[in-house]
Design a protein around this ligand. Structure first.
Ligand code: URA
Length: 240
């Protein structure tokens, strides 16, 4: 249940058109509330309780959207960019009306789990350094990653700017000239994972985020695909 708001504002915010368009829709008798054709555009309704129909189709009201994307390479994690396509550019129009933004950043060449939402409060909470939410990455690096490196990551790595990272947890999947590991960090400094390995003279050649707190990347999503969070995933995130 929410509070009452002007019908024309609600319809317009949901992407059906400008306030002026909505005025015309009302004049044309296209909008019904609780079974009655609306004749005034300044009526106030509760969109969670009152039933709205537009052109005989039910309007499913919601304020927030939550999308899980498997970010592909080549897109930047912002809402707009003068040079490069963004993760928002690949969303369908039905989501754009909610003005979503990525909750957190992945580099242009990083793939994997990205949460896209218009819920500023939730985004702020999960990104808060105080929360220190776990972010786990699958990483391929040029170089032999060995047991001795685990200890270094556990102690914290001193980056190129002198900052010592918080303890990070690493699991070695495969150790060779190109090694494969899972790395879990609780921070989100600029290019953090790449810079952590650079400090050990290793270069990250593939980086994929596979989880953020309780949210795990859905393996069914190919790079560039996205879906809405399930209710269970959303509840887990909210409780976190
Ligand atoms: N660390 C990086 O270096 N890049 C990312 O995209 C995410 C974490």
């Amino acid at each position: 249940m929410g509070k009452k708001e002007r019908l024309d504002k609600i319809i317009s915010n949901m992407g059906y058109g400008s306030r002026k368009d909505v005025k015309r829709f009302i004049k044309d008798g296209l909008i019904e509330v609780n079974g009655h054709i609306v004749t005034k555009n300044d009526i106030k309704i509760d969109p969670y309780i009152d039933e709205i129909y537009f052109n005989n189709e039910k309007v499913e009201y919601r304020e927030y959207i939550y999308l899980m994307m498997n970010k592909p390479k080549g897109l930047v994690s912002s809402t707009d960019d003068p040079m490069t396509r963004t993760v928002i550019d690949i969303l369908e129009d039905e989501y754009l009306v909610y003005r979503p933004f990525p909750a957190g950043r992945l580099d242009k060449d990083t793939v994997g789990l990205l949460l896209i939402t218009n819920d500023g409060k939730l985004a702020h909470e999960i990104l808060s350094p105080k929360k220190g939410i776990d972010k786990t990455y699958y990483v391929e690096v040029n170089g032999y990653v060995e047991e001795k490196h685990l200890k270094k990551f556990e102690k914290g790595i001193v980056l190129d700017d002198g900052y010592r990272t918080l303890p990070a947890q690493m699991e070695i999947i495969h150790s060779d000239a190109i090694s494969k590991v899972y790395l879990t960090i609780q921070e989100g400094k600029y290019h953090q994972v790449k810079r952590m390995f650079e400090s050990l003279s290793m270069k990250v050649i593939f980086l994929k985020r596979i989880s953020m707190g309780p949210l795990k990347l859905d393996e069914e999503l190919k790079e560039g695909e996205y879906r809405e969070l399930t209710e269970e995933e959303l509840n887990m995130l909210k409780r976190f």
